[in-house]
Design a protein. Sequence first.
Lengths: 209, 170
Amino acid sequence: MSQPISSSLLKHRPRLRDLFITWLALGIQSFGGGSSTLILIHQACVQRGWVDEDEFVRLWALVQIAPGVNLVKLTLLIGHRLRGWPGLIAAGAGLLLPSAAVTVLMTAGFTVIQSQPLVRAAMRGVLPATIGLSLAMGVQMAQPLISRAYKEGTSRLAAHLVILAAAALLMAFNGVSPVVVLLAAGGAAVLLLAVIPVKKKPPAEEGAP
Amino acid sequence: MNPLTFFWLFLKASLLSTGGLGNLPFLHSDLIGLGWARETDFVTAIAVGQVSPGPSGLWSISLGYLTYGWLGAALALVALSIPPLLILGVAAFFNRLETNPLVQDFVRGLALGIVGLTLTVSLGLASSSVVDLGGVVIAVAALGLAVSKKAPIILILVLAALAGLVLYGM
């Protein structure tokens, strides 16, 4: 059974100042656009015990089906879960204010920055690294899902892998909306898991492997 | 230009879309239609969003600045901060339903789907940013370091920037 999203046992209830500073650091460090931001949020939250691996995946999935910028939604959601509305504001302001200011400054100086050979060279190193980091995050997010399915028997494991692979392939077609892919994956899980029984009764609590 | 209309166009685009670039088609047709933005503004804004810190979705702040100066950037920031609040309602809705086994299976499928999306999107980006052997080595090294959890992410990014300087800057 999966843990409900609402009832995570928070090991740490961070102070508002720590929440703000953590997100401020995330917002400033994450040069290279959204993928490095997501990777940094993932690392920071899991390391601090704010959310576990399993919850992070579900929050990130949930975030995809609501309007707006996904990383902003993720930030507000985690901030709200940790410290309510003040937490939401602390995390949101930490993420957005510095990075919005830098974005405007970079826009103003874009033609200058773009023509700097050293900046271009550094970015040519950073961009492939974000690909590797992003794949690593995919692997880490998959681990709790797959290990839980493994404990439920081979056919359930196979069903999980089929859904994962089908979502990956469907997304590879240009123009298919991620929202459609996710809703299809959810629907497929409901159907497949309804017809494939759990092999042995899973332990009551099994979050991270 | 009317600030209220400007704000409303950015807010509407964010409300009707999900993801960082989902608002692009709306802003593009509206602002180009009104003659408030040029094609090059969009190209520049999207490029800045890719390299600047924070979500790539902040590209609309860059667009706001290019088309309407600091006021435009501020209006765009406020406009993109409001729609994400709806996620609280979505999460609360799911929380109420989540003891239902069917909903649990659905959320499992969502989670599997997002892992699949992550892998595909990463590989898709690789086609444009990993263009030579050096890029492949950097990507694989970053993957290995991150999976082994031996190095913090920011260190990996700094090392990658240094590798870029050594490989391509000299």
